[in-house]
Design a protein around this ligand. Structure first.
Ligand SMILES: N[C@@H](CCC(=O)N[C@@H](CS)C(=O)NCC(=O)O)C(=O)O
Length: 124
């Protein structure tokens, strides 16, 4: 394999909202086949293998993660989407399902999470 034949690899944790964001982008952009997907169920042997693979390449593994180019690993959903958008020529802003998720349930979830953190901190 070389840089020309390499297919980006994306690593997904089951039921992770950040991973769903990337999955939705791939699906709606019609580029599922342009990447190799490795996903895992928390607590599984696959998780162990994936964490062992990512460990040497990332300061801290989080999901989604991706190997965008040979040896170039990242773990930030928005950066993964931005890279794949440019590579595929698909503009995330033109994808209504993706946009609805990001601006709707995903944003609400993030706001609730932050509020929960603040309430917990204030309760100590
Ligand atoms: N800012 C990151 C956040 C990702 C994140 O927090 N993912 C969770 C899973 S939902 C995670 O990786 N938690 C730590 C872990 O599973 O090791 C992104 O957008 O990619």
């Amino acid at each position: 394999m070389n840089d020309l034949t390499f297919k980006p690899v994306v690593y997904f944790k089951q039921n992770c909202p950040f991973c769903l964001k990337v999955r939705l982008f791939l699906l709606e952009a019609g580029i599922m086949e342009a990447v190799e997907i490795r996903d895992f169920v928390p607590g599984s042997k696959q998780e162990e293998d994936i964490r062992a693979e990512l460990g040497p390449h990332l300061a801290k593994a989080s999901f989604p993660a991706a190997q965008l180019e040979l040896g170039r690993y990242i773990a930030e959903s928005d950066d993964i989407i931005a890279f794949l958008a440019v590579k595929s020529g698909r503009e995330p802003a033109s994808l209504p399902v993706f946009g609805n998720y990001v601006e709707g349930p995903f944003k609400t979830m993030m706001n609730l999470w932050k509020e929960n953190q603040q309430l917990k901190a204030a309760a100590v």
